[in-house]
Design a protein around this ligand. Sequence first.
Ligand code: NAP
Ligand code: G4F
Length: 328
Amino acid sequence: MAKTAFITGITGQDGSYLAELLLSKGYRVCGMVRRSSNDSLQRIEHLRDQIEFYQADLLDQSSIAGVLAEVQPDEVYNLGAQSFVATSWSQPVLTAEFTAVGVTRMLDAIRQVCPKARFYQASSSEMYGKVQAVPQKEDTPFYPRSPYGVAKVYGHYITVNYRESYGMFACSGILFNHESPRRGLEFVTRKITHHVARIKMGLEKELRLGNLDAKRDWGFAGDYVVAMWLMLQQDKPEDYVVGTGETHTVREFVEIAFDRVGLDWKKYVVIDPKFIRPAEVDLLLSDPSKAQQELGWRLTVPFHKLVHMMVDSDLAIARQQKMLRAAA
Ligand code: NAP
Ligand code: G4F
């Protein structure tokens, strides 16, 4: 019989790739969506007819328990979160509610209404923050540098705690930054490729950024959802670091993106103090050897190709916008 998966955050970047993956494997895919006055299904528009949607909210315990009792999933992927680090300083309490306590709400609802379900928690390399070792692996101590990072540490340890307290099959993927053409426009990679494309098309003149020296371990989101699924197919629940094992500065990302369209980035990039964070994570670099060896997980998209893929996708969008503008 087909397995049932329940995904929180199905409308987000990772939720859309994970839904595609699970549908391709024959799963019944159920997605939790929160009420909105607008349609938030843009990223999964092409899958709309193949997914069952359930309205609930990470802030609302009884809505989660009610939906899980109805769906009776085999696997639960908790991807829902306030996921933008910069916003976590202006909305620290809300970030804690969604990103930290929301995990307990999910785990406790599972414990009560579908205790056999396997649980995946979207932990983050932001937990390493002011890094205590290079590269970072599963046993590297955490030192979060933002309210978001602190909230993710809570989510991580409550997942460990429910596994140890109740014997639940609960895992955390400590995922390093992963990007795609579906990345939100506020994250630096997509912000860069969106503006590069619009500058190339003559729709904009500059790109305003903060710290160009920050280093991140960036991979392709489509590869990372495979690791999530693999974790829930193992005999034992464990936590895994997932990343590329390479690090690049924001400046390098900018250079490659402008190069792709034949422009010199120095003529267009303006440093704007508005985008400098109160506390920065200077360097993230993963050691994904456990995931590679135990899960057999592999990358398919190297860094340069990722940047090119995102620029090319944004160029197609900008071209269309330019044509619409000309026709209006
Ligand atoms: P994303 O694109 O920002 O998506 C976040 C999702 O969470 C959206 O579907 C959003 O729904 C949902 N959500 C937010 N608040 C909610 C609430 N109160 N109740 C229910 N759903 C809520 O994030 P992503 O990049 O796909 O990341 C997925 C997860 O992985 C997140 O937990 C993120 O923190 C974590 N993570 C991401 C990365 C990365 O590099 N992408 C790395 C490590 C960990 P709406 O559409 O309604 O806003
Ligand atoms: O793209 P970012 O906003 O991603 P960040 O903060 O690394 O967080 C992302 O990855 C985490 C995994 O490590 C996830 F858990 C989290 O949910 C999210 O997906 O910023 C990357 C870097 C930062 O150092 C930031 O200071 O880019 C720098 N940056 C420079 N100028 C900028 C900008 N970031 C943004 N968003 N906007 C700028 O203009």
